[in-house]
Design a protein. Structure first.
Lengths: 286, 365, 307
């Protein structure tokens, strides 16, 4: 039985050792979190508070948030960018799962003869630098009238996350006891039946972990978005950068924008972190 | 209602030179409970899975009834299987587990419920119909696995070591229930186990496998009293048969005492050309207390109803051990000197392992 | 290979469904076709462009010039600089985040007060958008004027340093490590949790010290996890673009290959022929790296056949 091996206090282990390590861990946690904390803090400041030497105490205000979310015609608004990002990420993640689940089945449960080669091919597509493909993709997108649309990003993000999803889902499916699938097969279930009744219910933590990673990478993606959607169909990462001024002295406003941009994914990550760890422990390796 | 037939069935695992199952020829009659038994790696599970369709055949064929099912998908073979680890669907209730196959075959709901209920009654599972597998004990899970197979009313039952995850007492009890159930249902059953006691007590016939090759397939009585070769002789029966190498000249001498044997045995031995044989005695043919062979006790296993006395003596210049089955209680402890005599059935094997002769024998005093 | 012994028994024709290979491949096809179309077509287009002298500024006809673009590469100092920067950036970021991630995982594997909250705080950097991360660090941490780091170092009497302009590559690496350490930590935590407790208990009974146990039992157990972390980390860190764009805007010391190719093509250079040639070279180099990685992968994959 696996467990958090170090979590149990054995006989003779002093509580003080654990306490010291706990303190060190907390220091590390606070240090790591500090830049994010500072960003959140700055978002509540007036600009002059943000643009001087660091201050902890100030009179907080929500004005920066309203500055940043007000819509100016001609400029990308937060609502629009959020809407675009939301749809693009949702659709691409769902499509990724729809494609990757059967593929993982064909690589794990009923492996095709050359499954290792196929797996390597999928991973190898991620070795190609994104910047290398942007020119042909831009030309193709223009051909098909896809520039400045949400659809082109949906397609690209699906392709971007598909190898990772196939890889992870394959590992998770491998964890499913073979006997269960065989029993379902003997009982008369075909691919759909096996997936629905046996495989998916057991693999839910793994699927959740995979979906979460896809959401993180798709939501935070900047390069494809900015190259292919400079005007309409823009996503949150682009919106954030519109709040950078060349003089660099609107830090509070930028912080507010950054906080808003980060909230969805951070919340999702916080909520699902236990699943992620469990998912990675269960399958991403074995 | 169907027979099962293996016709030169062969399965190679990629990467290994030896076949997992090699040209297996076996006929299982309609309604029979055939046990496939053998040590790990003998190919028994592979053979079972070939009948199920979970392993493809590399050569040969498998028939269910008159139908060649060698290339047919498992779900189209009309078979049901009980797995060693039960393979119960974890998120379905007991009732849903048992009805799963019926649902896949589009059996209408009322009929499904009725059949599940009936089987649950037979197996004493009615109180658990709404529970999930994780809330059941090992024995209950085993019964659900059985129920799932029974409810399908297939032509053949396949069972892959269904009792090996139960604790010893439950195993013995369930063994009898299972045999009784199979006799009542009269459905052809292929049953795999590594436990030869299970094989001997349950099977109408037993097939002994080793390294992918069929050693002997026969009734338990025949396997015990007429083993085809050394392996079967040593595998069937617990404690194992005592086996001692001897020169083949007459008379056969064991531990310094000459054996008087049946004339039938003598004549078969006379026509044997080699000069060494292996002589086998079951523990019940070895008696300690008085006799011509001087030995000492190595250990005594007193089971209450009988005692197995392990002794050591000189045979052909070397120290050998043997096991004797004596009635309990047995007086004697490790280290005691004791006399041994042989009286019972002797089996004689050639050095390659095949049995030459068997018959009554006793020490010529 | 298959015999027909059943003929004598008059059986029906055998339809070998068990082994029909296309049925097995079918579920794989959608994902495979999608990926092939999306990745190989642009790749082929790139190859074609790299064989032309296509530029936008000044505009030229797209003439086929064979391998001329490739010939110019070895002498391109900027390309070599970018390659070097990429190597340094990737290796240092992967190694540092792996080490820190492992240390943090060891710390977090033990129970202590509010461990869950600490872990939540620790994974946050990974969830932040790269552009946002770059901006926070450049403007708020590293800034010479109002940066927090300088505020801290001033307390110990050091002068204020404009980190990003003084140490462009280093600054970027710091941010990368900040963001990727949590990822490594999650993987290593998974590894630590998958170690059977009995093994460690046996070591305790046998008298091993905590450090000895870690070195001899835990680290070997963690090796496949480290390999996975290294593999995934390398794949993503070679492609870093956002941080470079947002923190330093290029410059000789911090331009890595992705940013370099960008600048040469749609980011200002408009020399598509040359840029495509660079891309192809990078692809070839990546394949070489990938073949090395494949050995790692094979060991990973083969390991599970035994497990």
């Amino acid at each position: 039985m696996a467990g958090s091996a170090g979590a149990r206090l054995g006989v003779g282990e002093r509580r003080s050792v654990n306490a010291v390590m706990g303190v060190v861990a907390w220091i590390a946690a606070l240090l790591f979190f500090f830049p994010v904390f500072w960003m959140i803090l700055s978002s509540f400041k007036e600009e002059q508070d943000a643009n001087t030497s660091p201050k902890l105490f100030f009179s907080p205000t929500l004005d920066r948030y309203s500055d940043v979310t007000e819509s100016t015609t001609g400029l990308l608004s937060f609502r629009e960018a959020f809407f675009n990002s939301f749809w693009i990420v949702m659709v691409s993640t769902v499509v990724v799962l729809l494609l990757a689940i059967p593929a993982a089945y064909a690589l794990a449960i009923r492996p095709v003869p050359k499954w290792r080669d196929v797996l390597f091919f999928f991973i190898s597509t991620k070795f190609l630098p994104v910047v290398a493909s942007i020119l042909p993709l831009w030309i193709l997108a223009r051909e098909f009238d896809l520039l400045n649309t949400r659809l082109v990003l949906m397609i690209l993000y699906t392709g971007m996350n598909l190898p990772l999803a196939v890889w992870m889902l394959r590992s998770f499916f491998q964890e499913i006891p073979r006997e269960l699938v065989e029993a379902a097969e003997i009982d008369g279930a075909g691919l759909k039946g096996q997936l629905a009744s046996v495989i998916l219910p057991i693999a839910v933590p793994g699927i959740a972990a995979t979906a979460l990673l896809c959401v993180i990478f798709a939501w935070n993606e900047y390069f494809y978005a900015v190259q292919l959607n400079p005007a309409d169909g823009s996503t949150i990462p682009i919106w954030v950068t519109t709040n950078i001024s060349t003089r660099g002295d609107f830090l509070a406003k930028l912080s507010a924008a950054s906080v808003l941009a980060s909230v969805p994914v951070v919340l999702a990550g916080w909520v699902a972190q236990k699943r992620m760890i469990r998912g990675l422990a269960m399958g991403a390796i074995k | 209602m169907a027979s099962v037939q293996f016709a030169a069935a062969t399965r190679f695992y990629p990467g290994t030179p030896q076949p997992a199952v090699s040209h297996l020829d076996l006929d299982i009659r309609d309604g029979e409970l055939m046990v496939l038994v053998g040590p790990s790696g003998s190919g028994k599970s592979t053979a079972l899975r070939m009948v199920a369709g979970l392993e493809p055949l590399d050569e040969g064929a498998i028939f269910i009834g008159d139908r060649d099912v060698s290339g047919v998908r498992p779900r189209d073979r009309d078979i049901a299987m009980v797995f060693q680890n039960y393979a119960l669907y974890p998120q379905l209730t007991v009732a849903e587990n048992m009805g799963f196959a019926l649902k896949q075959h589009k059996v209408p709901k009322e009929e499904r419920t009725a059949r599940v209920r009936e089987v649950a009654r037979v197996l004493d599972l009615e109180p658990f119909l709404d529970r999930k597998p994780k809330n059941l004990s090992g024995g209950q899970r085993q019964r659900v696995a059985m129920g799932r197979a029974i409810v399908r009313q297939p032509q053949v039952y396949l069972m892959d070591e269904p009792l090996s995850n139960l604790d010893a007492k439950l195993r013995v009890q369930t063994r009898a229930e299972l045999a009784e159930l199979q006799a009542r249902l009269a459905v052809t059953t292929v049953y795999v186990t590594h436990d030869q006691v299970e094989a001997m007590t349950m099977g109408h016939r037993v097939a002994v496998l080793r390294d992918g090759l069929l050693q002997q397939s026969d009734t338990p009585y025949a396997l015990y009293h007429e083993p085809a070769n050394l392996f079967v002789a040593g595998f069937i029966g617990s404690p194992a048969m005592n086996l001692l190498p001897c020169p083949s000249g007459q008379p056969i001498g064991v531990g310094g005492c000459a054996l008087e044997v049946d004339t039938g045995v003598t004549s078969l031995l006379a026509s044997f050309g080699g000069d060494r044989v292996v002589v086998g005695f079951r523990p019940e043919a070895v008696r300690v207390g008085e006799g011509p062979v001087a030995a000492h006790i190595r250990t005594v296993e007193d089971l209450g109803s009988e005692a197995f006395v392990h002794v050591a003596f000189d045979h052909e210049g070397e120290a050998v051990s043997a096991v004797s089955k004596m009635p309990a209680p047995f007086k004697g402890v490790t280290g005691d000197p004791i006399d041994v005599r042989f009286a019972g059935t002797v089996h004689v094997f050639d050095p390659a392992g095949a049995r030459i002769a068997s018959g009554a024998a006793r020490c010529a005093t | 290979m298959r015999q027909e012994p059943g003929a004598a028994l008059g059986t029906a024709a055998r339809h070998d469904e068990l082994r029909r290979p296309w049925r097995r491949r079918l579920p794989l096809l959608p994902a495979l076709v999608f990926t092939v179309l999306l990745t190989q077509i642009p790749f082929l287009m790139n190859i074609w462009y790299s064989l032309t002298d296509w530029t936008i500024v000044p505009p030229s006809s797209r003439r086929y010039i064979g391998l001329d673009n490739y010939g110019d590469l070895p002498s391109d100092q900027f390309f070599r600089d970018a390659a070097w920067v990429t190597v340094v950036m990737t290796v240092s970021a992967v190694l540092a985040s792996l080490v820190f991630g492992t240390l943090l995982a060891v710390l977090l594997d033990r129970k202590f007060l509010a461990r869950g909250i600490a872990r939540t705080l620790l994974i946050t950097p990974f969830l932040i958008m790269p552009v946002v991360a770059g901006l926070i660090w450049r403007n708020q941490m590293f800034s010479g004027l109002y940066g927090v780091v300088n505020w801290v170092t001033a307390r110990v009497g050091m002068d204020s340093i404009e980190f990003v302009s003084r140490y462009p590559l280093g600054s970027i690496v710091v941010v990368l490590v900040w963001q990727w350490t949590p990822f490594m930590m999650l993987i290593m935590l998974a590894g630590l949790q998958s170690q059977p407790a009995e093994v460690l208990e046996a070591a305790k009974v046998d008298g091993a010290s905590p450090f000895g146990t870690f070195r001899q039992l835990t680290l070997p157990h963690l090796r496949p996890y480290m390999e996975l972390g290294t593999l995934l980390g390398t794949i993503y860190l070679i492609q870093v673009f956002d941080h470079v764009a947002v923190m330093t805007g290029g410059g000789p010391d911090s331009t890595n290959i992705p940013y370099f190719v960008y600048r040469r093509s749609i980011g200002g250079g408009w020399d598509f022929g040359k840029a495509s040639a660079f891309s192809i070279v990078v692809v070839v180099a990546s394949i070489v790296v990938a073949t090395v990685a494949l050995r790692v992968l094979s060991r990973l994959l083969r390991g599970e056949e035994i497990a």
